[in-house]
Write a protein that binds this ligand. Structure first.
Ligand code: SF4
Length: 501
């Protein structure tokens, strides 16, 4: 059979994420190819055909199955539809071996766009060490002096691209709120597969105007929580915004600064602990939790790696260092020092007493982020609701980075004191504790990336004010920028800069 021929029993490839969005009452299915970043919008009838394409049916069988679901189609039209998907690289290969590599990439991309226990670093398979302590005995090291005051207004239920439910969680949600998108009668009405086609281990809930379908309209409360208590929510929602990473010595428990409640909790004792204080070691954690693993030799600068233990020790020294007067300037200075001299105490001294930020050094980073955000804003305008927070936040980031391309404005912003230095310091403290600077990017680039995010967040209130935005998420611009960059893939801008330099 020719490699270009339509597979005899088509199904959606695992590197394609299908997501259901309702804009008002208008239903849209978005296919997101995580390998190319391309989006394809489908109607409900086309999705019915694609849902029936589970890899066991030929096109005729798919048409019969779709007709049973109330979506009749003619065989030639269905054939043409699947050929179009195949030509776009959206169908699984006939040979499962050909699908293996893309599948791995799809996994990484899904992690990057999902709400849930945020994974700060790519998982690795550590080499077995016969003398090492059982990883289950590694102690939990929880971010000190922090507890969470959740305002229950659901900002974090309105920003992420994917909210995951396992089969049991989805069944419970459908039973508790059967009227939501008629999901009580049919799972497929309220959920799409996490990746590829059905059957799939996890499902992703549909969004209405960019909000989780189970988020109550006016009050902004989780209706599953209201109907069944906190355990009625999926695990990812219950754990959010806590992150877990195994660094070979301990399980670092930190917090993703992606929700306004996190920053509003800074300096306020008496909130909820990040984990049950009775839990002591990794073995005490729910086995379904996503605990990332710090790679054995993370990259500290392009082409330069360091042993994990060395990095963990250096990171502890950095966390204990005196915070610089300007955190963004400190991060930029630290990046240059790490590239010049590696993981030394001298680099940390540069962090503590940095030179002022150079607008010219920031400019290519801001320009790269602007290109990503502006492209995304154009794409969103074609299908997202005007009420969708992710659409608005993308526009604000695009506008802020556009404004900062003006050298005088950028220089003026950098000369002004940071509007909220405590929140900037906390953001860095949480990132360091959770090893969130050690992941896809070399450390030095991740440091610059974080500095750029802080600068953009400093400009965001002006943009939001100009747009007349009154969304509660605007109250904490750092959290909004962090959520958009990780949750919607805008963080890929940093790799753009690295490739160009
Ligand atoms: S299930 Fe509940 S907590 Fe989770 S995103 Fe939806 S509304 Fe929010």
């Amino acid at each position: 059979m020719s490699p270009n021929a339509l597979p005899a029993r088509p199904r959606l490839a695992d590197h394609v994420l299908a997501r259901r969005h309702l804009v008002g009452e208008d239903e849209r299915i978005l296919l997101h190819d995580v390998r190319t970043g391309e989006l394809l919008q489908l109607g409900a009838r086309e999705w019915a055909l694609l849902s029936a394409a589970d890899g066991t049916r030929d096109v005729e069988g798919i048409v019969i199955a779709a007709a049973r679901e109330g979506a009749p189609a003619r065989i030639p039209a269905a054939q043409a539809f699947f050929e179009q998907l195949h030509a776009a690289g959206l169908l699984a290969a006939e040979d499962p071996a050909e699908e293996a590599a893309p599948w791995a990439r799809a996994t990484a991309a899904t992690t990057a766009t999902s709400r849930g226990p945020a994974t700060p670093a790519a998982p690795a398979d550590p080499a077995p060490d016969p003398g090492a302590r059982d990883p289950r005995e590694r102690p939990l090291e929880v971010l000190p002096d922090f507890s969470l005051h959740c305002d229950g207004r659901g900002s974090c239920c309105r920003i992420y691209a994917s909210i995951l439910f396992d089969p049991e969680e989805a069944a419970r949600a459908r039973a508790l709120r059967p009227e939501v998108l008629s999901g009580g009668a049919r799972h497929e009405r309220a959920f799409t597969p996490e990746r590829g086609a059905w059957p799939c281990a996890a499902s992703v809930v549909a969004m209405r105007d960019g909000r989780c379908a189970y988020l109550e309209g006016g009050a902004g409360r989780c209706s599953l929580h209201a109907a069944g208590g906190p355990d009625a929510k999926p695990l990812g929602c219950r754990v959010f915004p806590t992150s877990f990473i195994d660094d070979g010595e301990a399980i670092r428990v930190s917090v993703a600064v992606e929700c306004a409640c996190v920053l509003a909790s800074v300096g306020r004792p008496g909130g909820a602990p990040l984990v049950d204080p009775r839990l002591r070691a990794r073995g005490d954690l729910d086995e379904r939790l996503d605990v990332a693993t710090l790679p054995d030799r993370p990259e500290v600068a392009p082409g330069v790696t360091a042993a994990r233990a060395e990095l963990v020790a250096w990171s502890r020294r950095l966390a204990a260092a005196a915070p610089p007067p300007d955190v963004a300037a400190g991060l930029f200075a630290l990046a240059a020092a790490v590239e010049a001299e590696g993981l030394t105490g001298g680099a940390i001294a540069r962090f503590e007493q940095p030179e002022p930020l150079d607008p010219a050094a920031l400019a290519p980073w801001l320009a790269a982020l602007h290109r990503r955000a502006a492209r995304r804003a154009r794409e969103d305008a074609a299908w997202r609701s005007e009420r969708d927070l992710a659409r608005k936040a993308t526009q604000w980031i695009a506008a802020a980075t556009f404004a900062l391309a003006e050298p005088d404005l950028l220089a003026a912003l950098l000369q002004s004191p940071a509007p909220d230095p405590d929140r900037e310091r906390f953001t860095l403290r949480a990132a360091l504790h959770g090893h969130r600077l050690l992941g896809a990017l070399p450390l030095s680039l991740a440091l610059r990336d974080r500095a750029v995010r802080l600068v953009v967040a400093r400009a965001l209130p002006l943009v939001c004010a100009e747009a007349g935005a009154d969304d509660p998420a605007c109250a904490e611009p750092i959290a909004l920028v962090e959520a958009m960059l990780r949750g919607h893939g805008l963080d890929a801008y940093a790799a753009d800069v690295a490739r160009a330099s």
